[in-house]
Design a protein around this ligand. Structure first.
Ligand code: UDP
Ligand code: UDP
Ligand code: UDP
Length: 469
């Protein structure tokens, strides 16, 4: 792959990169940002974005259409999945997570991309950047097309390293008495921080990761939405071969640049405009995590007790299309009435980047989905980390270690404990009053900026990737 740059005496061919995200907003968002960065005047790549149709959630459909409308230079390659022959191979009781089910459906259809990618022209394709969730199958396809392959991580370097080691780990016999596991070259991982499905090798999530982890060695690199300063030890351990000899290098090129035009459309943004600087706590658990109704009520109670201003985004289902609950029924009209001067509750998509960038925001109660963490890093917003699923405890650990937040270790996984309003309220007050944490979070923002600025560590790595092939 090579690129033409202004001032190059020798004109080289333009690189053409195909980007292939798997399912879920947490996977789509970083790919859209990466696509926009590659197509920008800085990188000057031709970009084809593979859009799996139909997406699982309404949010994914919306993000895709907004993105293609505002980035006409990016080539949209719709990839229609074959309709399954039977409506579902699973009984209702053990229906898998819809996003995981989609991971499998996409993986098993990857071979159908062959003719679509082979026929790309103007200019012909020069590399594929694909989601870890399709690593095994895209590896075969890249081989057939003789195409360089990069794997895109949608999680922290820390969790990615753990996934890479998973095929070599035997976890079934581990108990909570084994307090931690030691991975070569890496800081030990507490047993309690491992995603619970990892203890069941044939769990759909675990099996899928184990499979894909076995196909990393042929990739030219692993693109990280992270930056050297943020996860220096993990990145150095992998890149000096201490973790797994066959693992390709980590290429930290984040935190990714937002790719959406700023639209002051949402009423919540106008509401934020009326609040004092750094006075509002933003509460959101990402795109696919639903708290129980009981936990939602405790959280509401905690917010009210804290006396802090708040912007709270509520989800009651994994997939947004299934949302039926009414806010009144969920929280009671008296709660909404009592708190309306202090807070705003939303039960719809909010433009989180714009919220976190808003000067009124002073803290973020977050599940530590990796996109949320990197966005908070970019804007220097302190996090009260309440990890609930999957990679989130390791992401919370990274957040805390970098000084970007505090992690409520004893609050447990989703559904494990009912965290009481009183405790939530106390922790929110501490978060909003913690001046030291606020200074540390600003330092993270500064380091993030240094990384993505011209000459910064992430920008250098990105330009090298484009130039060296
Ligand atoms: N997001 C958003 N508005 C919402 C919910 C989510 O903008 O109402 C964005 C958020 O900014 C982030 C992504 O969706 O970029 C969610 O990814 P993350 O990794 O934080 O969590 P996940 O949804 O995968 O659990
Ligand atoms: N910058 C960048 N990517 C971004 C945002 C900023 O590379 O997504 C760099 C860019 O070089 C710019 C500088 O950071 O000149 C200042 O950014 P910005 O205008 O966002 O400043 P702020 O609003 O944060 O003060
Ligand atoms: N997860 C889960 N059950 C659910 C929803 C999510 O176990 O119902 C966890 C899963 O263990 C995984 C994590 O969510 O580790 C993130 O999943 P994914 O790899 O899809 O990344 P994300 O969507 O958060 O970016």
């Amino acid at each position: 792959m090579s690129m033409s740059r202004i001032g190059d005496s020798q004109k080289r061919a333009v690189a053409h990169v195909a980007l292939f995200p798997s399912a879920g907003i947490g996977h789509l968002v970083p790919f859209l940002r990466l696509a926009a960065m590659l197509a920008s005047p800085n990188c000057q790549c031709r970009v084809t974005l593979i859009a799996v149709q139909p997406p699982v959630s309404a949010a994914e459909s919306n993000e895709l259409s907004t993105f293609f409308a505002s980035h006409p230079q990016i080539n949209q390659l719709d990839f229609h999945l074959p309709i399954p022959s039977s409506p579902s191979e699973f009984a209702d009781a053990d229906k898998p997570d819809p996003f995981f089910a989609r991971f499998l459906a996409i993986s098993s259809s990857v071979h159908l991309l062959h003719p679509l990618l082979a026929s790309l022209s103007t200019p012909p394709l020069s590399a594929i950047f694909a989601d870890f969730a399709v690593a095994a199958d895209i590896n075969r396809l890249a081989d057939e097309l003789s195409m360089p392959l990069y794997i895109v991580s949608t999680t922290s370097a820390r969790f990615f390293s753990l996934m890479a080691c998973l095929p070599d780990l035997i976890l079934e016999s581990k108990s909570s008495e084994d307090s931690s596991i030691q991975l070569p070259g890496l800081a030990s991982v507490p047993i309690s921080s491992l995603p619970p499905p990892f203890f069941t090798p044939d769990h759909i999530f675990t099996a899928h990761i184990r499979l894909n982890a076995q196909f990393l060695s042929k990739a030219k690199g692993i693109l990280l939405n992270s930056f050297d300063w943020f996860e220096s030890e993990t990145i150095a351990a992998v890149n000096t071969g201490k973790v797994l000899a066959h693992l390709p290098p980590f290429l930290p090129i984040g935190p990714y640049e937002p790719c959406k035009a700023v639209v002051k459309a949402g009423s919540y943004l106008q509401w934020l405009d009326g609040q004092p600087n750094e006075s509002v706590v933003y509460v959101s658990f990402g795109s696919r995590t639903a708290l129980s109704k009981e936990q939602i009520r405790e959280l509401g109670n905690g917010l009210e007790r804290s006396g802090c201003r708040f912007l709270w985004v509520i989800k009651t289902t994994k997939v947004d299309k299934d949302e039926r609950e009414d806010l009144q029924d969920l929280l009671g009209s008296s709660f909404l009435e009592r708190t309306k001067k202090k807070g705003l509750v939303c039960k719809a998509w909010v433009e989180q980047e714009q919220v976190l960038a808003h000067p009124a925001i002073g803290g973020f109660v977050s599940h530590c989905g990796w996109n949320s963490v990197t966005e908070a890093a970019r804007y220097g917003v302190p996090i009260l980390a309440w990890p609930l699923n999957g990679d989130q405890k390791l992401n919370a650990e990274v957040t805390e270690k970098a000084g970007l937040g505090v992690w409520m270790r004893h609050w447990g996984w989703l559904g494990e404990n009912l965290v009481k309003g009183e405790e939530i309220g106390d922790q929110i007050v501490e978060l909003m009053q913690d001046k030291t944490l606020r200074i540390k979070a600003k330092k993270v923002k500064e380091e993030a900026r240094k990384a993505y600025e011209v000459g910064g560590s992430s920008k250098k790595v990105l330009l090298e990737i484009i130039e060296n092939h």
